[in-house]
Each structure stands twice: as structure tokens, then as C-alpha cells.
Design a binder for this molecule. Structure first.
Ligand code: ATP
Ligand code: MG
Ligand code: MG
Ligand code: MG
Length: 570
């Protein structure tokens, strides 16, 4: 590819609504363009990456025996009514009507459609197992679309659905997908972790999420460095509470020192000093069906504010009160402990990042079925960076498998595998005839990968102050050639064209920057875009028979003989 024939559009500054690095860098590198809230055009530079991600996913899916098809974006409401998801999905499901007034869903996933395909196609156990997948646009009307491709409303997902005759078969299909995911994420060149997940709402028997490790991730992952134990925070907290550490959920009900105030009890039981270091945040949250709920949080000075997501719903519900007065009764009486809690600070109008995170937190409450209404802040709480451990699980707790102590890190959910069981097949009467000629419901599994989210996650894990650092496997280009004065120097022009032709012949995804920009701007562009390998061709080096090679992570360029330049790439 020649840069003059490609479309490159970089920006010095990111738009102000881009809150996190990956969103900022993707906007600046001209990879995406915002059309509306959570809706983006994938620009040529971004689409190139998406296609590479898709290609790896497709190859590994095919390799694992899954079969590709393509299911429609627009799906009849009747199918969704059969499983009850037409009602259950609530506002996240985008609904449209045709000219006859018939209702349709824009697919957020495709369990209903694939089950409908299979119930009419599959008659006998002899046709099983089967795993169908597609890579298709999804729409979810997220309550808070944000962070660019990370939480879009329209996005691309690979979703696969397995069908088996019995539980053992389904578990085998699940394991095949799990193994394929491990290969996929390894091929991307990303640091990731698979964690056990709760599959609550969907039902079924087992589930794992695949997370790209990044300090900016929305999810907390609990793992044991000396064993295989790994779970997301929700699943870890669902286990019986660690007896060595009283649960936050018990903090308000268990007496501590006799005669202590409620406030002192909480502090004692959470192991927090009851000094200025402990601050409080009261939240007023409007419930979906009307009415208000009141929550109290303890904030501690030595925690980063982004920790707040960790204890999100469990932390909140642990300190739920029935009236605002009750909060005042319990907390409002200790001098120096709590400021007036009736200073209303609408979260949305406060721009600073810490408060944006507060809004995220309240969003956590949303997921549990609450609307954010307004936050009442204690006097001391306008400062960022302070949240208590209201978690049942903290770093250093004993691992549930008894093999060591737990560590916590943050991750971005990029893939999810579920054992669905027969929930969908029973609801939709998707049966097959078993060996005895008796009808039985199909055992199902489903498996998603957030194709477009991968881009954001990869960047959150790999960037520096100059821009993105793509792992080679998913870089928009593997190699950029930067000639110094190709129009002035015949030697440079010739060396560049030769190297370009060689790179193309070697199957390297190369771009030749023939735009005629000055070196500074040329380098800044490619560092921002994040191409992993760069070769500079200039008269000075050529006189010595050299080119300059620099890997995107290298501090400096190094001279390499012309003949060896490509050896660095593959
Ligand atoms: P999240 O917890 O982030 O809302 P989810 O659990 O709702 O994600 P799944 O239903 O498990 O998502 O979908 C499979 C995959 O699709 C997720 O692991 C994620 O990578 C991706 N995904 C889900 N929602 C979005 C979104 N709004 N934007 C981009 N990718 C998404
Ligand atoms: Mg979701
Ligand atoms: Mg999730
Ligand atoms: Mg999920």
C-alpha cells in the first residue's frame, strides 16, 4: 500500500468527549469517526485492524470445527417472545416496526434465530454435535455508551452456538471453544486471563470470561498466582464469605465492641481507622419502578477512585437504607466524621475524571435495576481517589482452593463462553430424536468475542506517550517505509521501491509513506498509528549501505545493512 493512495487523517488533539486513552488515540489516529452516541464509522485505518482481528477469529473458529453462516440483523419479535427475552431485555433491545406495524428486534445476539434454524434442520442425534457462528453487527442500546469502541451501541461480535445431544457433549463443545479462545487471544499478542464468571440471568451450568489485562479495565479479576483459580469479582463474591475477613454485607448487622456507635462498628469491622481518612458518600438512587433507594459508602484515602467499580453492586446493596434520614441517624452524629450530606452534586455536570468515575459507579447501580438520580456528597468527598473496600474478597485473602492467597487485577471483557443447557431449546421446543427414537431438548452453549472492543482493549494495554503500539498480528500495517526525500534523491527512490517490492513479495503488510511530508510529521503519524516496524531510507545511510530500523518499542533506531532490513520484520 502507498500512503498517497490510502486514507490517513491524524489529529493533534483528541475530542473532549474521549475519556480514555484508547478512545483518544483511535480518534487521533483517524481509525474511527463518531456518527452518534455509541455509533461509529470504521475508517479505513480502523477497518484494516478489524479485518485482521476477524481473520484470526475466523481461522481459529473454522479450525475448531465451527461452521460459519450469517443471521439477519432484523429479527421478528415473535421469536424473541418465545423465549421471553422480548420483555426481559428491556430498553437495551432496539425495537423497530415495519410498514405493516409488525415488530422486530435488531439483534444484540442471536440465540433465538439460531435455535429456530436448528429446530427445523436437526432431526436426529446423528447430525450432532454442531457449532454455528457468525461475525455480525450487533446493536445494544447501552444506558451509557462510552469509551469509543469499548462500549458502543452498534458493534461487531463473533457469536457462536453449539448444539449437543447431552450434557457431556455440550461440555466437550464448550471446552473446544475455550481452547480456541486461548489460541485466538494468544495470536492477537495480548496479555489476557480467562476467569470463571457467574452466568446468573442466562442460567445454565458454567461460564468463563476472557479479559484483556489493563489497569483501566472496568472489571476486577480475582486470581491466585500459585494455582489455577481465577474468577471475576461477581463470581468470587458469590462464594461463601472468607471467614478471616468479615463481609461488608455483614458490617452493619454484626456488633463490634459493645457500646460502639454504628459508625464505629462499621469502621472496626472493615478494619478501617475512624479518623479523617474515612469519608463517606451517600447516594440517592431512583428505582426503576418508582421510589428511591439510599446507599452509604465508606471511602478510604489510600484507594484509587477507580476501585469503586470493584465493589459496585454488592458494595451498594450492603449499605442500603430505606430513608435518607436513616443515613443521617446512623452516620450523621459523629463529629468530624461526616459533613452535611445534602449538598446535591449532579454527577453529569462535573467534568473531572474522578467524578466521571463516580458516574460509572452509579451506573453499576443502574445495572442492578436502578436509575441514577443524584448523589449527595459528604463534605469531604469532593476530593477524588477515595473508596473503601466494601468487597467480600480482597487481595491477600486465602484462595478458595486453599492453594495460596488471592491477587486482584483489572481487565476488559473481550470474550465470554457460556454453557446454556436447555433453557433456549426448551422454550423454543428445539428437540432431536435420540438413539431410542425419543425426542430430547438440545444442549446448547454460546460463545461471544467482542471484535471491535478488541481494538480498544489492545490499545489500553499497549500505548505510550507517542501513541498506539499494536501487536504485529493486528497492526493496521506491519511495516512502514519512510523515505527521506524520495523526490530529490534517485538513490533513495530506488532503494525504497526495491525494498517495498521485496516486502510485498515476502507477504509483509507494508505501507510506503510517499506523501512527501517532513520527517517529523511522518514519524509522528506512524508512531501515533502504532505501526510496529519502521524503516527509514536516506542518502546518508545508503552511502554506507545502510537503512535505519526502529521497532515501535525501541528507544532508538539502529543502522542495518540494506540486505538485512526485512529480516527484522518476520
Ligand atoms: P459487558 O459486561 O461489557 O456489558 P456483556 O457481558 O454484556 O459485556 P456479552 O453478552 O457477554 O457482553 O457479549 C459478548 C462480548 O461482546 C463481550 O465479551 C464483549 O467483548 C462484547 N460486547 C458486549 N457489549 C459490547 C458493547 N456495548 N460494545 C462493544 N463490545 C461489546
Ligand atoms: Mg452488557
Ligand atoms: Mg459482562
Ligand atoms: Mg459477558
Amino acid at each position: 500500500m502507498r500512503a498517497s493512495r490510502f486514507f490517513i487523517s491524524t489529529l493533534k488533539e483528541a475530542p473532549s468527549d474521549a475519556e480514555i486513552v484508547s478512545h483518544q488515540l483511535m480518534m487521533r489516529a483517524g481509525m474511527i469517526k463518531r456518527l452518534g452516541s455509541g455509533i461509529y464509522t470504521y475508517m479505513p485505518m480502523g477497518l484494516k485492524i478489524i479485518r485482521k482481528v476477524e481473520a484470526i477469529v475466523r481461522e481459529e473458529m473454522n479450525q475448531s470445527g465451527a461452521i460459519e453462516l450469517l443471521m439477519p440483523l432484523i429479527q421478528p419479535a415473535e421469536l424473541w417472545q418465545e423465549t421471553g427475552r422480548w420483555d426481559k431485555m428491556g430498553a437495551e433491545l432496539l425495537r423497530v416496526k415495519d410498514r405493516h406495524g409488525r415488530e422486530f428486534a435488531f439483534q444484540p445476539t442471536a440465540e433465538e434465530v439460531i435455535t429456530d434454524v436448528v429446530r427445523s434442520e436437526i432431526k436426529s442425534y446423528r447430525q450432532l454435535p454442531l457449532n454455528f457462528y457468525h461475525i455480525q453487527t450487533k446493536f445494544r442500546d447501552e444506558r451509557r455508551p462510552r469509551f469509543g469502541l469499548m462500549r458502543g451501541r452498534e458493534f461487531t461480535m463473533k457469536d457462536a452456538y453449539s448444539f449437543d445431544r447431552d450434557l457431556a457433549g455440550m461440555q466437550a463443545s464448550y471446552q473446544i471453544m475455550y481452547d480456541a479462545y486461548v489460541r485466538i487471544f494468544n495470536r492477537f499478542g495480548l496479555k489476557f486471563r480467562a476467569v470463571a464468571a457467574d452466568n446468573g440471568a442466562i442460567g445454565g451450568t458454567g461460564s468463563h470470561e476472557f479479559h484483556v489485562i489493563a489497569s483501566t479495565g472496568e472489571d476486577a479479576l480475582v486470581y491466585c498466582p500459585s494455582s489455577d483459580y481465577a474468577a471475576n469479582m461477581e463470581a468470587a463474591e458469590a462464594l461463601p464469605v472468607n471467614p478471616s475477613r468479615p463481609a461488608a454485607t455483614q458490617a452493619l448487622s454484626k456488633p463490634a465492641t459493645p457500646g460502639a456507635t454504628k459508625c464505629e462498628q462499621v469502621a472496626q469491622q472493615l478494619g478501617l481507622p475512624l479518623a479523617q481518612t474515612v469519608k463517606t458518600l451517600a447516594l440517592t438512587v431512583e428505582q426503576e419502578g418508582g421510589g428511591k433507594a439510599y446507599f452509604m459508602l465508606l471511602l478510604r484515602g489510600d484507594h484509587e477512585l477507580n476501585e469503586i467499580k470493584v465493589g459496585k453492586v454488592p458494595g451498594l446493596s450492603a449499605h442500603r437504607f430505606s430513608t435518607e434520614q436513616e443515613i443521617l441517624d446512623v452516620y450523621g452524629t459523629v463529629p468530624g466524621y461526616l459533613g452535611p450530606i445534602n449538598t446535591k452534586v449532579p454527577v453529569t455536570v462535573v467534568a473531572d475524571r474522578s467524578v466521571a468515575n463516580m458516574a460509572d459507579f452509579v451506573c453499576g447501580a443502574n445495572e442492578a435495576g436502578y436509575h441514577y438520580a443524584g448523589a449527595n456528597w459528604g463534605r469531604d468527598c469532593a476530593e477524588p481517589a477515595i473508596v473503601a473496600d466494601l468487597r467480600n474478597v480482597v487481595e491477600g485473602d486465602a484462595s478458595p482452593d486453599g492453594q495460596g492467597v488471592l491477587a486482584i487485577e483489572r481487565g476488559i471483557e473481550v470474550g465470554h463462553v457460556f454453557q446454556l443447557g436447555t433453557a433456549y431449546s426448551e422454550a423454543m421446543k428445539a428437540t432431536f430424536l435420540d438413539e431410542n427414537g425419543k425426542p430430547a431438548p438440545l444442549q446448547m452453549g454460546c460463545y461471544g468475542i467482542g471484535i471491535t472492543r478488541i481494538l480498544g482493549a489492545a490499545i489500553e494495554q499497549n500505548y505510550d506517550d507517542k501513541g498506539i503500539i499494536w501487536p504485529t498480528a493486528i497492526a493496521p500495517f506491519e511495516l512502514v517505509l519512510c523515505p527521506m526525500g524520495m523526490d530529490r534523491s534517485e538513490a533513495v527512490r530506488q532503494a525504497t521501491e526495491t525494498l517495498y517490492a521485496e516486502a510485498v513479495a515476502a507477504g509483509i503488510d507494508v505501507i510506503l509513506d510517499d506523501r512527501g511530508h517532513r520527517p517529523g510529521q511522518m514519524f509522528a503519524d506512524w508512531e501515533l498509528i502504532g505501526v510496529p516496524h519502521r524503516v527509514v531510507i536516506g542518502d546518508r545511510g545508503l552511502k554506507e549501505g545502510n537503512l535505519e530500523y526502529q521497532g515501535r518499542r525501541d528507544a532508538e533506531a539502529s543502522a542495518v545493512p540494506v540486505a538485512e532490513a526485512l529480516a527484522f520484520i518476520k
